[in-house]
Design a protein around this ligand. Structure first.
Ligand SMILES: Nc1ncnc2c1ncn2[C@@H]1O[C@H](COP(=O)(O)OP(=O)(O)OP(=O)(O)O)[C@@H](O)[C@H]1O
Ligand SMILES: [Mg+2]
Length: 407
C-alpha cells in the first residue's frame, strides 16, 4: 500500500486513494518570479553605478534615451541574489501607443506571484500585491520606462529593492536618484573598438552598440568617415535606432517646448544660460529658465546645460523640418544682437556657421542660408573657418568666397 501523493498539474490537487484515507498536499502556485530579460554580453563599465544601486533600497535611474538605464538594471539583477524573486514590468512611458498604467503592471505581478483570480479593482490588486510581497524574502522589483510617478505609486514597497528607470528625473518619488551619463572613454572605445567612432557617437551606449554591430558587417569599411558624414542616418541597425529613441522623447514635449528646444539647440559655443536661450527663442528670461529646467528634467539637455552632440543633430533635423529659414535667421540675429556685440568677428562666424549648419535632411533652402552668412564673410579668418571642419557643413559656394582671403 502506498500513500504517495501523485503529481500536481498547475493548481489541481490530485490525491491517490489509500484505503479509506485521502491525502491531499497543498500545491505551490505557478509563479514567474525570474522572468527578466538577460543582460547584454557586451555590457561594460558602470561599476560605481552598480555599487550605488546596491546601496539604496529604492532608486530612480534616469537619463537620456539609449544611455543604458535598462541594461544597468538587468546587469544589477544578474549580479545579485534575490531569493524572493525578481519582477519586471515595462510601462512604455514614452510611447503613447504602448504606454500602460499601474493596473496592467499589478495584474502581471499578481499572476507572476501565483494569483489565478486577479481582483478587478486597482486598489484591491495593490492591496493583494503588497500583502503577498510583504511576506517574501528579499525581491527585486524593476519598473522600467516610467514617465510619471503616478504610473508606479501603487507598486512601491519599502521592504524590497525597487528600481525605476525613466527618462524623467521623477524627483517627486521617495527614492535615491541615480542619473546616468555617457560612458567613460575607455569603456566606449572598448565597445566600438575605435576611438574616433566612440567620440562621434558621443559615447552614448545605444549608438556605440549600433556601430559595433555595423562594423562586424564590413570590418574593412571606413565607418568613422561615413558616421561623420551621415550621423543619425547611420545610427540604426536591426531594432536599434537612435533617431527613433530621441523622437519618442521629442514627441512627449508640448509644442512650445519643442519650438524652444529646436531654436535653443542652435547654440553650440558653451553652456546655455537663460539669457542666451531667451534670445534664441524670443521668450522672457524667466520663461527660458523654466523651459531649460524642463529640458533638463527629461534629459534632452545635460545637467551642465549642454546638448549631447547627437541630440544637437536631432534638433537640427527637426528645425530643418519644422522651422523656416527666416525663423532660424531671426533667432541667430537676436542672439548676436543681444549677446554678441562685444565679441570678435570669429566668434560671430562660428555662431553663423553653427546656426546655418545644413543637416543634410534636404528640407532647407541652402541659398537663403548662404546669403545669411554673406555679411559676415569679410571678417573671416580662413584657418579658423576650416577648423570648423565638415561638422558645420557650410555650403561650398560660401567656402569659396572665404578662400579668397587666404594669406
Ligand atoms: N554599459 C553598457 N555596455 C555595453 N552596452 C550597453 C551598456 N549600457 C547600454 N548598452 C547598450 O545600449 C543600448 C541602449 O541601452 P538601454 O536600452 O539600457 O538604454 P535606456 O537608457 O534604457 O534607453 P530607453 O530610455 O530608450 O529605455 C542597448 O543596446 C544596450 O545593450
Ligand atoms: Mg530602457
Amino acid at each position: 500500500m502506498s500513500n504517495e501523493v501523485e503529481e500536481n498539474h498547475g493548481n489541481v490537487v490530485q490525491a491517490r486513494e489509500v484505503g479509506s484515507v485521502h491525502i491531499a498536499a497543498p500545491v505551490p502556485p505557478t509563479t514567474a518570479l525570474n522572468g527578466l530579460p538577460p543582460c547584454s554580453s557586451f555590457f561594460c563599465g558602470r561599476d560605481s553605478e552598480l555599487a550605488e544601486l546596491a546601496e539604496h533600497r529604492v532608486v530612480v535611474v534616469s537619463g537620456l534615451g539609449g544611455i543604458g538605464k535598462t541594461e544597468l538594471v538587468l546587469r544589477f539583477a544578474e549580479d545579485n541574489d534575490f531569493p524572493g524573486g525578481r519582477l519586471f514590468w515595462n510601462f512604455h512611458g514614452y510611447d503613447a501607443s504602448k504606454r500602460t498604467g499601474p493596473s496592467q503592471a499589478l495584474a502581471s505581478f499578481l499572476r507572476a506571484l501565483g494569483v489565478t483570480e486577479v481582483p478587478p479593482a486597482e486598489a484591491d490588486m495593490a492591496m493583494l500585491y503588497r500583502s503577498l510581497v510583504s511576506v517574501r524574502d528579499p525581491m527585486l522589483i524593476v519598473l522600467d520606462n516610467v514617465s510619471t510617478a503616478a504610473q508606479i505609486r501603487a507598486l512601491m514597497v519599502a521592504k524590497h529593492h525597487v528600481v525605476v528607470t525613466s527618462r524623467h528625473l521623477l524627483t517627486g518619488l521617495d527614492a535615491h536618484q541615480l542619473e546616468l551619463r555617457v560612458l567613460p572613454e575607455p569603456d566606449a572605445e572598448r565597445i566600438t573598438g575605435d576611438a574616433e567612432i566612440a567620440k562621434l557617437c558621443g559615447r552614448l551606449p545605444l549608438a556605440l552598440q549600433i556601430m559595433s554591430a555595423l562594423r562586424k558587417t564590413d570590418p574593412g569599411h571606413s565607418w568613422a568617415e561615413e558616421l561623420r558624414e551621415v550621423r543619425l542616418n547611420l545610427l540604426r541597425h536591426d531594432d536599434l535606432d537612435v533617431r527613433a529613441v530621441f523622437d519618442l522623447s521629442y514627441r512627449a514635449l508640448t509644442l512650445e517646448q519643442r519650438r524652444f528646444f529646436r531654436l535653443v539647440a542652435m547654440h553650440r559655443l558653451n553652456v546655455i544660460t537663460a539669457e542666451t536661450a531667451a534670445a534664441f527663442a524670443a521668450v522672457s528670461v524667466t520663461e527660458a529658465r523654466t523651459r531649460l529646467r524642463e529640458l533638463r528634467v527629461v534629459h534632452l539637455l545635460e545637467q551642465d546645460s549642454k546638448f549631447h552632440d547627437l541630440i544637437q543633430d536631432f534638433a537640427d533635423e527637426q528645425r530643418d523640418r519644422e522651422d523656416t529659414v527666416q525663423d532660424v535667421i531671426a533667432a541667430g540675429e537676436r542672439y548676436i544682437g543681444r549677446c554678441g556685440h562685444d565679441r570678435s568677428p570669429d566668434w560671430r562666424i562660428l555662431v553663423w556657421a553653427s546656426i546655418t549648419k545644413l543637416s543634410g535632411a534636404g528640407h532647407v533652402d541652402s541659398n537663403a542660408r548662404t546669403q545669411a552668412i554673406q555679411p559676415y564673410l569679410p571678417h573671416l579668418n580662413l584657418e579658423f573657418f576650416e577648423s570648423l571642419g565638415k561638422a558645420t557643413r557650410i555650403p561650398m559656394n560660401c567656402n569659396a568666397s572665404c578662400s579668397t582671403r587666404r594669406q
